[in-house]
Design a protein around this ligand. Structure first.
Ligand SMILES: Nc1ncnc2c1ncn2[C@@H]1O[C@H](COP(=O)(O)OP(=O)(O)OP(=O)(O)O)[C@@H](O)[C@H]1O
Ligand SMILES: [Mg+2]
Length: 359
């Protein structure tokens, strides 16, 4: 296939068909429900981190970077022996947090931010493609299926058109439809040598935050894409070759609806667990209970003495006593990894882990 000139945005076609509008209403409803519930949760960090680690893992799995939670746990807690795949997943999570901070601070999503995020994901400073030769191949027969535009100047032109479309305040077209258009366009521009899929999936959630459809970055399509992977590739291709926008947009909108529903369930479970454990600790260990302690316990799947010491501003010895009391009562399970003792929040870990089995 020869390299062709990519059309710029907006697409020269009516996107809001009847079918699209019907699905759009459902997707917006599901998303609003998720946003509404998430808004009521006091500690957003807990929520975001738990959802994020799951997303980082799924999104990386699309690229065949397969990890298990046990492996990830090692990578997050900086223990030795984590696989390189787990480290990549942790990079992805770092990129997501950074993107979220940037969008919140600047109320914009720019090319430079996108380049920065891809750099974090890939741990590379290569930036936008300069050399020709990047092509997408069919995994099975190695045939070239798509040759993205080449030449740094051309890629920058396309990216700046995309940047304008992302940040434009036009209210004519629903942001969820625009999200589908943005994701398609980003993937066909394919601005980087690698990491375009993962960067594109981060852009999706950042766009929802930018448009204030979500306050926290907690909606990720990667699980949905994994389950519907062949449609994903086929539709990306068919927008280009057959101008099949409608099917693509409905595909993405359906993903948003399904994922918003799933995420709502997950968030409810996490929140219920935080409340339950909080009540139990208050009852069984009233001397050490504090809201801040609960937050620290749910900050990650695990904690360490030093986090409790600094987080609660207590001595190392007291912190160590707190943790062993919590372990004795069955709230935490500790393990010596390297020189350090790591305390796992078993219940949080189990909630997120069951998702792995259900996929
Ligand atoms: N025919 C196609 N046309 C346009 N884009 C495509 C096509 N097929 C796949 N893509 C996009 O290219 C991405 C893969 O590109 P790349 O390897 O740079 O990204 P990645 O993040 O490393 O991989 P992955 O998305 O598999 O995790 C896919 O996720 C998809 O979004
Ligand atoms: Mg790749």
């Amino acid at each position: 296939m020869f390299e062709q000139k990519l059309p710029i945005l907006p697409p020269d076609i009516e996107l809001e068909s009847k079918l699209v509008l019907k699905q759009l209403a459902r997707s917006n409803r599901a998303l609003a429900e998720l946003k509404g519930y998430a808004d009521t949760i006091p500690n957003k960090h807990i929520l975001i981190n738990a959802v994020l680690i799951n997303e980082a893992k799924d999104s990386s799995a699309i690229e065949n970077i397969i990890t298990t939670y046990d492996d990830l746990y090692k990578a997050i807690s900086d223990a030795s022996g984590a696989s390189s795949a787990a480290k990549e997943v942790v990079n992805y999570r770092t990129a997501l947090w950074q993107g979220y901070e940037l969008v919140r601070a600047h109320k914009m999503l720019t090319i430079n931010m996108i380049i920065e995020l891809q750099g974090i994901i890939e741990k590379s400073r290569a930036g936008v493609r300069k050399l020709p030769g990047t092509v997408l191949r069919n995994e099975k027969n190695n045939e070239i299926i798509y040759a993205p535009p080449s030449g740094e100047t051309q890629i920058y032109e396309l990216l700046s058109n995309l940047e304008k479309y992302i940040n434009d305040e036009d209210h004519d077209i629903d942001p969820l439809i625009k999200l589908a258009v943005i994701h398609y366009q980003f993937e066909v521009i394919h601005p980087f040598y690698d990491g375009n899929g993962r960067t594109g999936r981060i852009i999706n959630v950042l766009y929802l935050v930018l448009k204030e459809l979500l306050d926290s970055p907690i909606l990720y399509l990667s699980g949905y894409i994994i389950r519907n992977k062949s449609d994903y590739y086929r539709l990306l291709q068919e927008v280009q070759t057959l101008n099949k926008w409608e099917e693509w947009i409905v595909y993405i909108l359906t993903g948003i609806e399904e994922t918003a529903n799933e995420t709502l369930k997950l968030v409810k479970r996490i929140n219920a667990e935080v409340n339950m454990m909080s009540a139990e600790i208050k009852e069984r260990l009233p001397k050490i209970y504090s809201k801040e302690l609960i937050e620290l316990l749910f900050y990650e799947f695990y904690t360490k003495t030093v986090y409790i010491e600094t987080g609660l501003n207590i001595t190392r010895k007291t912190a160590a006593n707190y943790l062993s009391a919590l372990e004795k009562e069955g709230f935490l399970i500790s393990e010596k990894i390297g020189k350090e003792r790591i305390y796992q929040n078993k219940r949080l870990y189990d909630i997120v882990k069951t998702l792995e089995v259900n996929r």
